[in-house]
Design a binder for this molecule. Structure first.
Ligand code: COS
Length: 384
């Protein structure tokens, strides 16, 4: 759903211009320094990018899902590290509070997240629990007006920058499954919370992940999300349903960028006396990429519109994440191929994108987890 047909295209235009004129020129610098220049982060704040998906009453733009994916199509057209900077504030870091938080939790944290004053991280994954998220072993034991957290979270995006963490921990040791898990908001600086060293990754330089370690970390009971124990896993799954659709849209944006670069290269690069774009084998790679990209774009928009009308889109979000991230990987591979040897050289953006987009098939649920979610939902519906 697009709320205002007149102003929304203006937002898209200004974001496209920001991406083209401000972010793309800094891609190499970010990759080399592993940092986003603070002036750019300031510009992101001023544009409201940290609050895109936070409700208007808390100072955000309150984008609908369709608006959000269309914005992500634009933001995806540059290094994913830029989007990642404000991605957790709009997505996995804040949505648990937006969906299930108490009015006090929303009032305390959302305005600061919307303005970008505070960065939020989502802490689910652990050394021993990745795809099998319900088996997590971080514990939270009630002690008076506090919970005492112990455990380690792994690969936590934006942990080094985060001011708050939404943390999934087991409050009921007798329930080893999803029902024993609760979600908490933990503020940086809480005694007992520390960070591991920043992970060295294959790509997405400028976006940081690290371990988050809880060692007898005392968290006020008021920070139990929604005030209810045992529903933290459901909160996490609902957050991921939305996040997966967003990532699918980012994949569409990234594929558009890569294909645009490859097309330009193919039209300029001459071999055998003519631009390589004239060769049918190159055309096949361009055409297959275009067709798949179009399919992914349509899927993402359809799933987003369905979500805006209140439908449960768990299946469609996983279908979109599965197809779009795999499509993005195939497009990246073909675009390297179209560039030939140049595609292996860091002077060309495609070399960096090829590594950057590999993450899309892994995080917020691997392709195999998306397959599992889709098939399970089908079987459940079939049995009903
Ligand atoms: N929305 C709401 N509730 C959901 C849900 C969703 N999308 N998915 C599951 N639930 C609920 C179930 O209904 C169930 O509740 P009840 O016991 O009351 O029925 C509970 O959560 C447990 O669900 P389920 O039995 O399906 O859990 P499993 O342990 O079998 O695993 C998967 C579910 C594998 C899908 C889940 O662990 C997962 O998504 N893993 C990947 C994690 C991930 O994406 N990590 C990325 C890190 S974050 S960047």
């Amino acid at each position: 759903m697009i709320r205002d047909q007149e102003t929304f295209p203006l937002l898209i235009d200004s974001l496209a211009r920001f991406v083209r004129e401000r972010l793309v020129p800094h891609e190499n610098e970010v990759a080399e320094t592993d940092a986003i220049p603070s002036a750019l982060v300031e510009e992101m704040r001023a544009l409201g990018l940290f609050g895109l998906c936070i409700p208007e009453e808390f100072g955000g733009l309150g984008l609908t899902m369709e608006e959000e994916v269309r914005v992500a199509f634009e933001l995806g057209q540059t290094s994913p590290a830029f989007r990642s900077m404000f991605g957790t504030n709009n997505g996995i870091g804040s949505q648990g509070i937006i969906m299930d938080g108490t009015p006090e939790q929303k009032a305390r944290y959302l305005p600061k997240l919307a303005s970008g004053e505070l960065v939020a991280s989502f802490a689910l994954t652990e050394p021993g629990s990745g795809s099998d998220a319900a088996s997590l072993s971080t514990t939270a034991v009630r002690d008076g007006n506090h919970y005492v957290l112990n455990g380690t979270k792994r690969y936590i995006t934006n942990a080094p920058e985060a001011g708050i963490f939404t943390v999934m921990a087991r409050t009921n040791p007798d329930n080893k499954g999803a029902g024993g898990i609760s979600a908490f908001i933990v503020e940086r600086g809480t005694p007992g919370l520390s960070l591991g060293k920043i992970d060295r990754k294959m790509g997405q330089k400028g976006a940081h992940t690290s371990d988050v370690i809880f060692d007898n970390c005392r968290v006020p009971a008021a920070n139990l999300i929604g005030g209810n124990e045992g529903v933290g896993f459901k909160t996490a799954m609902k957050v991921l349903d939305k996040g997966r659709l967003h990532i699918a849209a980012v994949c569409v944006g990234a594929a558009e960028r890569m294909l645009g670069d490859a097309l330009r290269y193919a039209m300029e690069r001459k071999q055998f006396g003519q631009p390589i774009a004239e060769f049918q084998l190159v055309q096949a790679m361009l055409a297959d990429s275009k067709a798949e990209l179009y399919a992914a774009r349509c899927m993402v928009i359809d799933a987003a519109i369905r979500r805006d009308t209140g439908q449960n889109v768990s299946t469609e979000a996983s279908c979109s994440k599965l197809f779009a991230s795999e499509m993005c990987g195939r497009v990246a591979d073909r675009c390297v191929q179209i560039h030939g040897g140049a595609g292996y050289i860091s002077d060309y953006a495609i070399e960096r994108f090829y590594r950057d987009v590999r993450l899309f098939r892994l995080y917020e649920g691997t392709s195999q987890i998306q397959q599992l979610v889709i098939a399970r939902n089908m079987i459940r519906a079939g049995a009903a």
